[in-house]
Structure formats: structure tokens, C-alpha cells
Design a protein around this ligand. Structure first.
Ligand code: NI
Length: 170
């Protein structure tokens, strides 16, 4: 159990494509997940991808009941998603504000599709298959982008809608 250092934008490891997990259950993955949840809670995040702590594996965690960083958003179930696959099922675009623990202090307005289906496995190897919309979909898309070396500022269409979190989005 450990709070790990969160890599910040500019670190080349955040630009790499992460590798699939080949075996679960696994003590290595369970230990990684403990660190990810500890790190996410310490930073008050709503999601974290393994590459953000320097582990280039296709593992994301997300979920919250109430979050001070996104006080207006509905809860998202606490989830571990391994080897995720995403299919867009409602491509209508929604623009909303995102932040990232790897881009501290900043927010940007990012276009995302409204509805997705996501699949993967949990740490026991049990299949996960959900259809979600809105902020839940946004969180999953954001976290899974990390697995392909994509940070949300790359997806901002109008860079004027990018700034310090105490100034934008209010
Ligand atoms: Ni992020």
C-alpha cells in the first residue's frame, strides 16, 4: 500500500501505449490496484490510469460518490477495468470540462461522444460490460485515453477553453 508519484504532462511515459494485462487474478495487479486507489484518493481524483504512476499496463480505476473536484456530477460506481474496449453507441458530441491529475491545476473543455459501451475484466477476471452516458462515459474515455498515450489537452478543439481551474469553467 502506497501513495505513488503521479507523472505530470511532459513525462514521456504518459505518451506511450500501455500493454495488455496477461494474467488475473495476480498479486502484481492486486498490489498495483491498491496503490492506484491510494494514490487516487490522496489526490481526490475521480479516476486514474496505471501509466499515470509509471506502470504501462492497460488498467484503469475510477468512481466516486461525491467529489470536490467535480461537485455537480452524479456518482459513478467504483470500478476496476482491465484491458478495456470501448464502442461508441451515441456519437452525439458533448462538450464539458475535464481535469487530470497529470495536468494539475488546469481544466479544459473537451468534446466526447455522449454514450459508450465499455467492456473489460475486473481483478478476478470477471467480465464487465456496461452501457453508460454523460460524465460516466467521459471519465471512462478520459482514463482509457491514458492507455494510448493521449492526454485531454490533445482533444481540446478550441484552446481558448483551457486554463487554470480557478478561472475557467465557472
Ligand atoms: Ni487524466
Amino acid at each position: 500500500m502506497a501513495i505513488r508519484e503521479i507523472l505530470r504532462m511532459g513525462d514521456g511515459r504518459l505518451l506511450q501505449v500501455a500493454q495488455p494485462v496477461t494474467k488475473v487474478p495476480s498479486a502484481l495487479i492486486d498490489n498495483l490496484l491498491t496503490d492506484m486507489f491510494d494514490t487516487m484518493a490522496d489526490a481526490d481524483g475521480v479516476g486514474l490510469a496505471a501509466p499515470q504512476i509509471g506502470e504501462l499496463l492497460r488498467v484503469v480505476v475510477f468512481g466516486f460518490d461525491q467529489n470536490d473536484r467535480y461537485p455537480d456530477e452524479l456518482s459513478v460506481p467504483k470500478t476496476v477495468l482491465i484491458n478495456p474496449q470501448i464502442e461508441v453507441i451515441d456519437s452525439a458530441e458533448e462538450l464539458d470540462w475535464e481535469g487530470c491529475l497529470s495536468v494539475p491545476g488546469m481544466r479544459g473543455q473537451v468534446p466526447r461522444p455522449r454514450g459508450i459501451r465499455y467492456q473489460g475484466i475486473d481483478p478476478a477476471g470477471i467480465a464487465i460490460d456496461r452501457i453508460v452516458t454523460g460524465f460516466h462515459a467521459r471519465v471512462v474515455l478520459h482514463e482509457c485515453d491514458h492507455l494510448d498515450g493521449v492526454l485531454y489537452p490533445q482533444r481540446i478543439r478550441d484552446i481558448r477553453n483551457f486554463g487554470f481551474e480557478d478561472l475557467v469553467g465557472n
